[in-house]
Design a protein around this ligand. Structure first.
Ligand SMILES: [Zn+2]
Length: 398
């Protein structure tokens, strides 16, 4: 038996979902399985409700003969809940299995209030959003959550976060799954927790740069963080600490929220720019206020954003030299022309020409929704990975 002929139901679903094979004939050709075996495996996927016949009608078969019925992933059989916590506000959404936002809410929510209060409030938002979307709690197949701190993705726990007091080691997964999954009687739904910059990078790479094999996103809001996607997967490092560039010491007396002095985030983040604007007598409490001043073309804010961009660009020269990415995306409250100009000035001056020859430096496409889209996509990829499809079908008795 050849390797190709061992394709499982999950492998067939993967071929259909990715659009690489969408008819029985194309699946036979891609897998080397017989028509009867393809039929048996597809039958399991139909019975699970994960596959449906396409609305477009029959198409020509690659094997010749009668036209074939097209197959497609049934993206309505379940929904995903996604949350994105920033330091002072949060977003929550119900997403379809193909990543469309079905219902969305955003509001003030401070991570410093601790996990009990924050996750309790978020759970309430999720319940209201499901009602708005007209879907029962039983339709939820998984939950994705972006948090502004380092995460151990195995356990879903936040690890020694510099700016999330009370969250260190807290069992986020148990708290959220307990509120949703047990109602189905099928056990708790999976809850995947990851760093916000990681999930933004994942969402942006999949949505806009699916062919980029080395993608870096830098989020500059109240803090600074980076997410790295290599060969389509988030690169987290061994302790989930990869990309936490905001606390690299760049040398200065400025006090950082983490308690140290001279971190990059203490001199070049939205929070740092807001502080300098306040010192100049302007009303700016957070990165979001700086964003508003930048949008209004305020000269003092533009000058400080460009200077912050230069300081971040200096650190990014090292990042780009180490990773040689194809795309460097700047996202967050400060991401705009002034900041980008500063980044480019220092980046191209300090990095080796070979590291930047084919580099695209761009701004966000998904904007404030990037974290939600990334969280939703991570849950779907987890649940419909071929091996997990097999396990889930067996658990369903299909
Ligand atoms: Zn710091």
């Amino acid at each position: 038996m050849t390797e190709r002929s061992q394709a499982r139901a999950g492998d067939l679903l993967e071929l259909v979902r990715s659009g690489r094979a969408t008819t029985r004939g194309a699946l036979q050709q891609a897998t080397g399985l017989s028509r009867a075996t393809v039929g048996q495996r597809l039958d399991r996927l139909f019975r699970a409700g994960w596959l449906r016949e396409g609305a477009g009608g029959p198409v020509d078969s690659p094997l010749g003969g009668r036209p074939s019925i097209t197959l497609e992933f049934d993206d309505e059989h379940a929904v995903v809940l996604a949350g994105d916590l920033d330091t002072r506000h949060a977003r929550a959404a119900v997403l379809s299995l193909t990543g469309e936002i079905v219902a969305e809410h955003t509001g003030p929510l401070a991570v410093e209030d601790g996990p009990e209060a924050v996750l309790g409030e978020l759970g309430g938002w999720f319940a209201q959003l499901l009602e708005k979307a007209g879907r029962p709690a039983e339709a939820v197949c998984g939950i994705g959550l972006a948090v502004p701190g380092p995460v151990d993705s195995e356990s879903g726990r936040v690890v020694q976060p510099p700016i999330m007091p009370g969250w260190d080691g807290y069992d986020i997964r148990a708290r959220l799954a307990g509120a949703f999954g047990d109602r189905t009687g099928a056990g708790p739904v999976p809850v995947l927790v990851d760093n916000d910059a990681n999930l933004m990078a994942y969402g942006e790479q999949r949505a806009g740069y699916p062919d980029s094999s080395a993608f870096v996103l830098v989020k500059v809001s109240t803090g600074i963080g980076a997410g790295v996607v290599v060969d389509g997967s988030i690169y987290r490092g061994i302790d989930g600490g990869a990309g936490d560039i905001g606390h690299i010491r760049v040398g200065s007396d400025a006090l950082c929220r983490c308690g140290s002095h001279g971190c990059l985030a203490a001199v070049a983040s939205g929070g740092a720019v807001a502080r300098r604007l306040r010192e100049a007598g302007l009303p700016a409490a957070s990165g979001a206020d700086v964003r508003d001043l930048l949008a209004a073309g305020h000269p003092e804010a533009l000058g400080l954003a460009r200077e912050a961009g230069r300081q971040v660009g200096d650190v990014l020269a090292t990042v780009v030299t180490l990773l040689n990415p194809g795309v460097l995306m700047i996202a967050g409250d400060l991401a705009g022309t002034a900041f980008l100009t500063g980044v480019r000035e220092l980046l191209y001056q300090r990095a080796l020409p070979r590291s930047t020859a084919h580099l695209e430096v761009v701004t966000s496409r998904l904007g404030e929704r990037a974290g939600l889209v990334g969280a939703g996509a991570l849950v779907v990829e987890y649940l419909y990975a071929p091996q997990r499809v097999e396990e889930r079908l067996r658990a369903m008795g299909v």
